[in-house]
Design a protein around this ligand. Structure first.
Ligand code: MLT
Length: 400
């Protein structure tokens, strides 16, 4: 008789953002005359940069011509032209990442979830709470033991390692989803030192690095000495370049990241990941990889920067409103997310329903990201400027 993976039975019925989408669909069906302003899921609203569109169209045309048509990409790691562009980009961040250490993917979410395939189920996993649900969900599906490091008001939502806690796999995200907090260089040095001493691996999600405005904040874990011996980095063009509907990102596994197998052999994690991807992933389409390459050109960088500035202006509108209303928050400066304390002691789902019902503004309840998110709420700066201004004007009409 078939047996199911019963780890799924102990999980919430839906992924957080699917759950919210269902609630919103029900609300809209019941109130068709009340349009929503969506500041919940981190989905961008500005169109792709012109340089990206031109590159994608040109590549699509090439695919329609016998001489330039392409089938499978042989290495499975992504075309060299894109990996070279990404490697060059890392140099601008002050990190040395070679072309061979990069694998192109269809966005950070897949790799964040799939990377667990290369690790034994027996590992203990450490992640912050609140946390991007993908890290927790994928390890719960695999039945791994998860420990949580509290990120809360007392530490500025930037949990630090505890030398009395033993972990094998550590998830870090900076700028953080959902709290918008960032790790300083000194804090990341402590995490790297902890991982090296514990012989643990850090899975570092840098999907929001392009939103960092403070030049002292590292935009890659590889800006930290020793990180190449203990960290895997995942990044995405979803928020940086508006690729949420295009799908492209990259994972870096350095050559120096070598671990011992139970028989004493040294094993390069990059080799395991290449083996896993070779069997289970056929790569990203040629037009998408050409579009991604365009992001890293001078013109592409200038154009995507304009879009990022647009969202940063929205973040400022939100922050100014919260200041005016005397509501506590973090994020918004180095991040597209604003993490606010629900007013009047409301619970986070209670505040979600309240905002939806009274002013049709949608955010994400902090509780969906973990225990420390209770009483907190996430807003994104990814809507249009006009909608952001309107949403904040509506917030000011409330008795909060
Ligand atoms: C978010 O809003 O946190 C993410 O963009 C949603 C997701 O990737 O699942």
């Amino acid at each position: 008789m078939i047996r199911i993976n019963e780890n799924f039975l102990s999980m919430e019925k839906n992924y957080l953002f699917i759950d919210i989408a269902k609630r919103l669909a029900a609300y809209t069906a019941a109130h068709p005359d009340k349009p929503l302003i969506r500041m919940g899921i981190g989905d961008v609203t500005l169109p792709l940069a012109p340089a990206v569109v031109t590159a994608m169209k040109k590549a699509a045309d090439e695919m329609g011509v016998k001489e330039t048509f392409r089938g499978y990409e042989d290495s499975g790691a992504g075309y060299a032209f894109l990996r070279e562009a990404i490697s060059g980009y890392y140099k601008t961040l002050g990190a040395d990442v070679s072309t061979d250490e990069i694998r192109v993917n269809d966005g950070a979410k897949s790799d964040c979830g799939n990377i667990t395939d290369i690790f034994s189920r027996d590992n203990t996993v450490l992640m912050t709470d609140p946390v991007y649900p993908v890290y927790a969900d994928s390890n719960r599906m695999a039945g791994r033991n998860i420990l949580y490091a509290d990120s809360d008001e007392s530490n500025g939502f930037a949990a630090m390692p505890d030398k009395y806690v033993r972990a094998d796999i550590i998830y870090l995200c900076s700028p953080n989803n959902p709290t918008g907090s960032v790790y300083t260089k000194e804090q990341l040095e402590k995490w790297v030192a902890y991982a090296l001493v514990s012989e643990a691996v850090i899975i570092y999600d840098s999907a929001y690095e392009a939103f960092i405005t403070d030049p002292s904040i590292p935009r890659s874990i590889y800006c930290i000495e020793g990180a190449k011996r203990c960290a895997i980095e995942m990044c995405s063009l979803s928020k940086t370049a508006g690729f949420t509907g295009v799908r492209c990102g990259y994972t870096v596994i350095p050559d120096e990241l070598v671990v011992k197998a139970s028989d004493g052999r040294d094993v390069k994690l990059a080799d395991l990941w290449a083996r896993r991807q070779g069997s289970k992933f056929n790569g990203v389409s040629y037009p998408v990889q050409r579009a991604a390459e365009a992001v890293f050109t001078e013109e592409g960088q200038r154009q995507i920067r304009e879009n990022i500035h647009y969202y940063q202006r929205n973040a400022m509108v939100i922050a100014n409103t919260l200041d005016e209303l005397g509501i506590k928050y973090t994020g918004g400066i180095n991040s597209p997310y604003i993490w606010l304390k629900c007013p009047g002691g409301m619970g986070s789902w209670e505040f979600f329903d309240y905002l939806l019902d009274k002013v049709q503004v949608v955010g994400t309840p902090g509780e969906g990201f973990g225990r420390n998110g209770c009483g907190w709420f996430r807003l994104t700066s990814f809507n249009s400027y006009e909608n952001t201004v309107e949403a904040m004007a509506r917030l000011k009409t409330l008795d909060i």
